[in-house]
Design a protein around this ligand. Sequence first.
Ligand SMILES: [Zn+2]
Length: 707
Amino acid sequence: MRTLTLGALAVLTTSLSPLAATTANAQAAGSIFADASTLPFQAPDFSKIKDSDYQPAILQGIARQQAEIDAIANNPDAPTFANTIEAKERSGQMLNRVYNVFSALTSANTNDALDKIDSETAPKIAALQDAINLNPKLFQRVKTLYDQRATLGLTADQLQVLTVTYQDMARNGALLSVADKAALTTLNGKIAALQTEFGQKLTAGTKDGALVVKSKAALAGMSDGEIAAAAKAAADRKLPGGSYVIALQNTTQQPALSSLTNRATRQALFTKSWTRSEKGDANDTRALVQELAQLRAQKAKLLGFPDYASFALSDQMAKTRDTATGFLQQMVPALASAQHRDAAELNTLIKTKGGKFTVNPADWNYYSEQLRKARFDLDQGQIKPYLEITNVLENGVFFAANQLYGLSFKKRSDIPVYHPDVTVYQVNDADGSELALFYFDPWKRDNKQGGAWMSNFVNQTTLLGTKPVVFNVENFIKPAAGQPALITWDDANTMFHEFGHALHGMLSNQKYPTIAGTNTARDFVEFPSQFNENWMTEPAVLANFAKHYQTGAPMPADLIAKIKKAHTFNQGYALGEVIAAALLDLKWHSLPASAPKQDVLKFESQALGATGLDVKDVPSRYHSPYFRHIWGGGYAAGYYAYSWTEMLDHDAFQWFTDNGGMTRANGQRFRDMILSKGHSQDYAEMYRAFTGRDPSIEPMLKARGLK
Ligand SMILES: [Zn+2]
């Protein structure tokens, strides 16, 4: 459910010195990526690209961009917006061209050759980024312009791209003294190494933490297929015959906990999950957590922030640690009351069944699953016949985009693809003009990463005259040959989600690449995607696609009602564990650099105890020693963003509901004020301009059945 953006690959620029131009052209001779593709929309020509083309093209792209940046930095003329910022925006075109395609394939259709190239080129690309971000001559020019920004006569988007460029470089340490820059580099190196070590220890600890049982009876409640898989997992680990292995997943809760009838097995599995990384063995991660918390606080201090959360939030929509924390805390009363209510209900059920204990986290899913079955009894076999994939795509996802934004879609069988399962559509605008290409790659493959995502082959920018070429990748189970391509309700929801990202890319209407499309903050980028999920259950949309694949009969109304109702079940737990994790993340990253090393378990227990959530029954989705999102990299002080964007999604949908619902006019307003805007404006101002108010948590709590 993510967008793949070349976060690191901020698009850079030309304005080549004659010498650099000659060198770069000579190096690039013969590469298929040296010039823009001549296919429609500059689509990558997969009929000609070979695996062996990538490495030389990436290296040439890096050399070209380095030459382009050097030319800007060494320009003897005084800095102007055109010769510095705009020139930087034009740079790196060749690298973007090849890397957009290369990273798409290493994610969706990789092989050993591509993986090897990836390992070899990734450090070089990271080094190029550092060389640009920390180039003192380049930064001096950017800073000169930034300091004069009020007098340069810039347009609003020019001012924004200048500001974003300046702030990004400053956040990377460009303002620091030489000595502090060196200190930052050392800190970054240590942090990166510890994050990698955390990831490796956690992977090993999770594997070692698997529950081994010696009797089939202990697995009662699991299906025959699951038991067979557990026996195979034991055999794969070369355990004696008659052993069974339940491997751990990355979260606190484990899928088997909802079906295991043997309470002792449940407790054992839960304990295995909870303690996987705190056993005092080689896989114990607590010392790494302690050190990472300190090093990040030191990094923030060096960059002028009181703590790491303040640093990480400063370029996000939420902006401050207190805003993000306050947002999460606001949900606590509704969550805590749902948690207490649900726990009481589960305790009644336990008593009815003769149990002489009260619910704990190891029991929660087992008993709540029984309530779910009694109340909703949703059978995917009943739902799937109404969800044929092409029908969902063309008459659901595309139909909603037509009703809201005026878009139309036409299949293009003439555009080459990287795998026969990929379909390409041309997207036309309301006035019939050509807008974008959209690639759809739905089926699971062994050489595809898990999950679902969106990215671009070609980014939208009027500066360079390119239109968006966008793709969605999913991991649905492919039907056997000759069978209808039926998907689950969740799969269909994922299609709407990823297409929301695609719309954010395709409807982008910006001049400068740095502020175009999905190139937005982490606590904003999931807003258009989550928002788009709402249209799946809009009655007019659902009626247009949810039809039986054989008879064409509409999905029965009582089935739809049941599915909708099921989504509000058990939300005290489902949202509660996420909010606990988000608060835990922010608490860890609110420590100042002066704080001593923390006892990891004690810190977590105090931090969460102070929130008001019922963490005894509903613990954090990730316990500190195995919270990979925050200690393995990526999401440090950012886990709240999942819930923040969910708030925006429901709040914006509430605006539609209050203003006439799914109309073309409302869609156009959302397109003009949000989807086309990239990061051309402050996110909070952009949002306020659209709805006329700040976002509220109420619609989200209502949608989750918590209000
Ligand atoms: Zn997403």
